[in-house]
Ligand binder design. Sequence first.
Ligand code: 4AD
Ligand code: MG
Length: 477
Amino acid sequence: MKSISVKKILTTKPESQKVVLNGWVKTFRSNRFIALNDGSTINNIQCVVDFEEFDEQLLKQINTGAALRITGELVESQGRGQSVEIQVKDIFVHGGADPEVYPIQPKKHSMEFLREQAHLRVRTNTFSAIMRVRSALSFAIHQYFQQNGFYYFHAPIVTGSDAEGAGEMFKVTTLDSKNPPLTEDGEVDYKQDFFGKETNLTVSGQLEAEAYAMALGKVYTFGPTFRAENSNTSRHLAEFWMIEPEVAFNDLNDNMDLAEDFMQNVIKYVLANCVDDLTFLEKRLLDVEKTKPQAERSEMALIEKLKFVSENTFKRVSYTEAFQILRNSKPNKKKKFKYPINEWGADLQSEHERFLVEKHFKCPVILFDYPAEIKAFYMRLNEDGKTVAAMDVLFPGIGEIIGGAQREERLDVLKEKMATLNIPEEELWWYLDLRKFGTAEHSGFGLGFERLVLFATGMGNIRDVIPFPRTPQNAEF
Ligand code: 4AD
Ligand code: MG
């Protein structure tokens, strides 16, 4: 007989029909009630055992974490809290989980402890809920783009270019690190390396996506990206997933419209499709918030916050306007910012972004027209000659969640910019070709997928929303 998922069973009409299901024991109470979960939903099915009918040795193996196959009858539940339950007729133990050594016991574990048990933490309610929401979000993202005429584009992972120009790349090489071949000048001779040149893991698929947008019109990437930045924060990973739409003939305003519509759409999707998980995560967040001082608590509960963001327009503010707000702000005057805001041109830190979003505007904000100096080489220079058509989307509790721009489509302006930044034309000859042949205005942005999952789940640390996080000094599993 085919087994049935817990999710399915919980909405099946109980008629004492025979059912078979597989799952893991969450709890086993009074030698009578097994709460079984198979990962299909956050909810468990209660399986009622008549212990007199089962061998004592078998019952001893029914511990938290044990994998079981249960055969029984689906009946209306006698107890409260569930509508159906299973009268167990037969139990097969696929594999036990010795409570003396199994780390995931039915009690509160710290997030730090669970990070060390990343291969098992998904068996907790919190992590299974996060990972189901993560899966739903990624589906929603594909669905949004596929329904809106975008083509999924697979950017290369190994690349020779540094798209963001920040030099935070992981090298890809097969050279012997102890004894690399050298050139006459004593430098490592990458001509003899696997690809015949220096290569690294990509920090962004944007440059390649631009090439494809300039033929397919609308494309998006959704893949892993890598940054060797040594930032040990709750918002940074060394390996993270990025979604990068790129659209030919779009200007910066179109780009902001797309970012807003896209974000609202995927958040609406999880609101509609992940109710049980979000309800659980909301309760969890409330418990966490209770331990914080009043001033640091969020004003909205999780689901309310997701609704708010998906229904209200994002506030669009130029860098210059934001700079003035920040310079005149209370925390700046009282020297509460770690990085004081004095001069136009200062890069905004996450403390400033969060002030704007959480204290000043109290809604998602799109900042645009940043000083050219603090942004990447490919962004389009504005008429004023000192700002570029950049945009960052800032979210409450997160800060920057999206970074994007209208791209510099004018060959001469781009060449000049590359020259000032010492980016050799030979390295990006193909990128310049895009400006030589059929160039046109175009725009795009990058969404950090884990920052979106952070926002949607109300979690506080980015290490907890990716299955196996890679951060400085940590690549276990
Ligand atoms: O702002 P970034 O660096 O922009 C780009 O890479 C552009 N090439 C995107 C584009 O226009 N196609 O990164 C985009 C987003 C950030 O807003 C942030 O959400 C996320 O990627 N991000 C990170 N997420 C986790 N860990 C890190 N180390 C991240 N660095 C950036
Ligand atoms: Mg950025």
